[in-house]
Design a protein around this ligand. Structure first.
Ligand code: ADP
Length: 514
């Protein structure tokens, strides 16, 4: 087994490649702000800054019953949402699997499947008896028709609340004959082919949905952000800043509009993002090399794969293996074989039930210290034994193949990758705070133009919900960029059922305009 200075140098080198200094975080924020500006003025920029045509955020008094369909995550969901008008709602939902064959086959087959799923939902969940709009005649143009909001979490060029062209696929989708078509029409055509009384009236991105639903339940919100399979954010912008709207009537009306940033595409050229060989390996084998550079360092779909690449480099290290005695398992050998949820499990095992309030810090390891199990602090030993149990269970190693040193190395690698993701996530949030006048760029001087006691941020996604310390580390990054005073006022809360409730709120806005 390799030990000594050479092995340590390899660990130190990997450790160094994943660090982000406060200066780098500020520099990345500057580059992020520049891309925001270009995207707000230009329709062909990777940071798409898509106008949503949602011109206000709810305040919790909205009412109505709507269907919502959510496509873009790991599962497809159909739900019925009842908005009660007192910041609360009820929701009934059913999840449906979207197979790889559907994701990558013909678009019409995919949309037929979506329509079939809605049909199946309506059969198994007869409509709730609450009237749409609770007696508001404008919200009920045709009582026989069920109104549906579509949450579609891919880049779309939106032209109205209820229409938008698909720009590109992300997150493992690549269905043929979809790009360039109106996604609402693709879905409506599928409903019509089946003679269903369902009308899709609103198209909403999951980030916009998170923003709207958090605003509904919390009485206000400035940013909706997703940290799940992918990452993205939507925020409330002044229409005057969305210069690419040009002669669109929305531009003349002025006021505010929600913008879907598509920030997963930040710095696709990687001129600022410090890529490692592990990131490059992931990118090269992904279905969209050179795209979604930021997302590939942050989101659930990718963190496990980056970590797997780090672990494989240690397993394969020459002249002697540095991990698992050079042994791999089928899970570790397979692309995407190491899921981000396993990383969460490793961190939870390391922390234990009573140390949940750790700092999220990950010091440079001296792994030779772990070689003599007898000399280990019993508390550290207990933690490593828990990590070992996770590795044995999740990666299918035999217990005797995983030393406590191996457990320590995997925990360290996991935390390196996740910590970088959370720090980068903070950069995206900081960018929105500066862009909207709630913070100033470091060193620029001046004062923020807005000083609310609470800055609402609605979030969704397994990563921010479940990953230990993800939010703490995101906040650490925010403090570096916008300072502790602003960071303290940032109120991060789960946008509960954001895509369903957001789609319902958007459908309500749409039928009021019908
Ligand atoms: P989606 O974004 O697809 O709607 P999620 O927010 O659940 O759904 O995100 C799914 C992603 O989160 C997957 O990539 C998965 O690897 C990751 N994930 C699932 N559970 C956890 C967990 N406990 N901790 C961290 N990541 C998780």
């Amino acid at each position: 087994f390799a030990k000594g200075p050479d092995a340590q140098r390899i660990f130190d080198d990997i450790h160094r490649q994943f660090q982000l200094s406060p200066e780098t975080l500020v520099e990345l924020t500057g580059a992020f702000l520049d891309e925001f500006k270009v995207g707000l003025g230009n329709y062909n920029h990777p940071m798409a800054m898509i106008p949503s045509f949602v011109t206000g955020v709810p305040n919790g008094t909205e009412t109505g019953t709507f269907l919502a369909l959510d496509l873009g995550g790991t599962n497809m969901r159909v739900c019925e949402v009842v908005l009660k008008g007192d910041t609360t709602f009820t929701l009934r939902q059913q999840k449906y699997k979207v197979s790889d064959a559907l994701k990558t086959g013909e678009a019409s087959v995919l949309f037929d499947y979506l329509a079939d799923s809605v049909d199946a939902f309506l059969t198994s969940h007869p409509p709730s008896d609450q009237p749409q709009g609770h007696g508001d005649p404008f919200s009920q143009p045709d009582p026989d028709v069920v109104h549906l909001g579509l949450t579609f979490s891919f880049p779309v060029e939106q032209t109205a609340l209820g229409s938008g062209k698909i720009l590109t696929w992300t997150k493992g989708f690549s269905a043929k004959h979809a790009i360039g078509n109106d996604v609402v029409k693709l879905l409506q055509d599928a409903f019509d082919r089946k003679h269903m009384h369902v009308k899709c009236v609103a198209l909403v991105n999951d980030t916009v949905g998170a923003l709207l639903s958090r605003a509904y339940t919390a009485g206000g919100c400035v940013l909706g952000a997703i940290f799940g399979t992918g990452t993205n954010g939507a925020y409330v912008e002044e229409v005057a800043n969305i210069t690419k709207l040009g002669n669109d009537p929305a531009a003349a009306r002025g006021g505010l509009m929600v913008v879907n940033t598509e920030w997963g595409a930040f710095n696709n050229t990687r001129s600022h993002l410090p890529s490692t060989p592990f990131d490059n390996g992931l990118d090269r084998l992904s279905i969209n090399p050179r795209f979604q550079a930021f997302e590939k360092m942050i989101s659930g779909m990718y963190l496990g794969e980056i970590t797997r690449n780090v672990l494989l480099s240690l397993i394969d290290a020459a002249p002697k293996a540095l991990l698992f005695g050079g042994k791999t398992t089928a899970a570790l050998n397979a692309q995407w074989g190491f899921d981000t949820s396993v990383m969460s499990g490793i961190e939870e095992a390391w922390e234990g039930a009573d140390t949940k309030k750790g700092t999220g810090e990950n010091p440079i390891p001296q792994f030779s210290a772990y070689d003599d199990a007898k000399a280990l602090d019993p508390a550290v030993k207990a933690r490593l034994e828990r990590v070992r149990a996770v590795l044995v269970k999740e990666l299918a190693y035999k217990a005797e193949d995983v030393s406590l040193r191996d457990a320590a190395i995997v925990r360290w690698a996991t935390s390196l990758v996740a910590r970088r993701a959370a720090l980068l996530s903070g950069v995206a949030v900081a960018t929105v705070l500066i862009q909207t006048g709630r913070a100033v760029f470091p060193g620029k001087g001046g004062k923020p133009s807005k000083n609310e006691p609470k800055i609402g941020v609605g979030v969704d996604g397994s990563l921010i919900q479940f990953y230990p310390h993800f939010e703490d580390t995101l906040r650490e990054s925010l403090r570096h960029v916008v300072g502790a005073e602003v960071e303290k006022r940032v109120d991060i809360g789960m946008a509960k059922d954001g895509s369903g409730v957001g789609a319902a709120l958007c459908a309500l806005q749409a039928i009021k305009q019908l």
